[in-house]
Design a binder for this molecule. Structure first.
Ligand code: 13P
Length: 335
């Protein structure tokens, strides 16, 4: 077993999850704006410090994905955030894609960027003691999308990224997200995700990515947000597991789901059912969560930039994490 495969296994081990706190500055500023606050470095730092200093965070979180700015920041007491997480036994990671741009000649599709200078940036992150990385591509379902070009180009970049990350000594999280936006059916989401994952794993194999030293971060299989259909957790779990079994090799140590804009408790219930059903399906991988919004959104609203509400916001974060941890270990009494 190599250092990277051990680290990948550590990150997905029961009962913890990997927290996504890696919004780019622009996305974080939009989140702050949504609660009536200006997006400034001071506020972004305050929010991240609130998250990282949540008491008992390490009981439920194995690793945290950060954004470049956060990696370089220090707490009010002058400790680097990376050092702070490491001292709690939480593995620090970073998002290394540099965002998306419109795919030329496409019907509103996106291509993720960030391969230019990636090795150099990774070497700098090594000096910061970062251990793992994430790259997200986005695919939207529409009448003519995602196109084969968009799927293939994004899968190719995801795989090149994963190969470079491993070569530089990082565990890559590979995140091909099929968005929940739109009015598509659960069946359509299954078909698209099935195709996307199939192509992603074929590209990963072409790039010789070591499957035992990476983590897959997929969407759950759900109806689109604008469809009238409310999927049962049972339907979501069965479709999601069928799709994963069809496409994800057994050598991958773990699958960490994104929440994708699902309502907090919906994401937790779906995770619980996925975990429950996984026994019937005899799945070979660890199944866990790597939620962002479904852990942090309500806490952000409660905090609202006010130091008096830091503890309340931290209570919300820890409760959401505890519920998701219980969901992944299939403890029905406590989700
Ligand atoms: P959400 O859980 O909010 O979808 O975020 C996960 C993530 O890492 C998106 O890149």
């Amino acid at each position: 077993m190599t250092r990277l495969s051990e680290l990948a296994q550590f990150l997905v081990k029961q009962p913890k999850g990997i927290l996504a706190a890696d919004e780019s500055n622009a996305t974080m500023d939009n989140r702050l704006l949504s609660i009536g606050l200006d997006g400034t470095e001071f506020r972004r730092k305050g929010w991240r410090e609130l998250i990282f200093s949540t008491p008992d965070l390490n009981e439920y979180v194995s690793g945290i994905i950060m954004y470049d700015e956060t990696v370089r920041q220090k707490s009010q007491l002058g400790q680097s955030f990376v050092g702070m997480l490491t001292s709690f036994g939480i593995v620090p990671g970073v998002k290394v894609d540099t965002g998306t741009e419109h795919l030329v000649d496409s019907d509103g599709e996106f291509l993720t960027h960030g391969l230019d200078g990636l090795s150099k940036r990774l070497r700098e992150y090594k000096n910061f003691d970062i251990q793992f990385t994430k790259w997200r591509s986005v695919l939207n379902i529409g009448p003519n999308t995602p196109s084969d070009d968009c799927i293939r180009l994004n899968a190719n970049r995801l795989s090149k990224y994963a190969s470079i990350a491993q070569r530089e000594g990082f565990v890559p999280i590979v995140e091909p997200e099929v968005l929940m936006d739109g009015d598509h059916s659960l069946k359509k989401c299954y078909e698209v995700t099935d195709k996307v994952l199939n192509i992603v794993f074929s590209e990963l194999s072409k790039e010789n990515v070591k499957l035992n030293s990476m983590i897959l971060k997929p969407n759950m299989i759900l109806s689109g947000r604008l469809s009238d259909k409310e999927d049962s957790s049972e339907e979501v779990a069965v479709s999601t597991l069928e799709c994963l079994i069809q496409n994800v090799p057994k050598d991958v140590p773990g699958i960490a789901f994104l929440s994708g804009g699902q309502e907090d408790s919906q994401a937790t219930r779906n995770l619980f059912q996925i975990s429950r059903k996984s026994r019937e399906f005899s799945t070979p991988w660890e199944l866990t969560f790597s939620f962002g919004r479904a852990v942090l959104s309500s806490a952000l609203h409660t905090w609202n930039g006010n130091t008096n509400f830091v503890r309340n916001a931290q209570d919300i974060i820890i409760n959401r994490l505890r519920s998701n941890s219980n969901a992944r270990v299939n403890n029905p009494a406590k989700i």
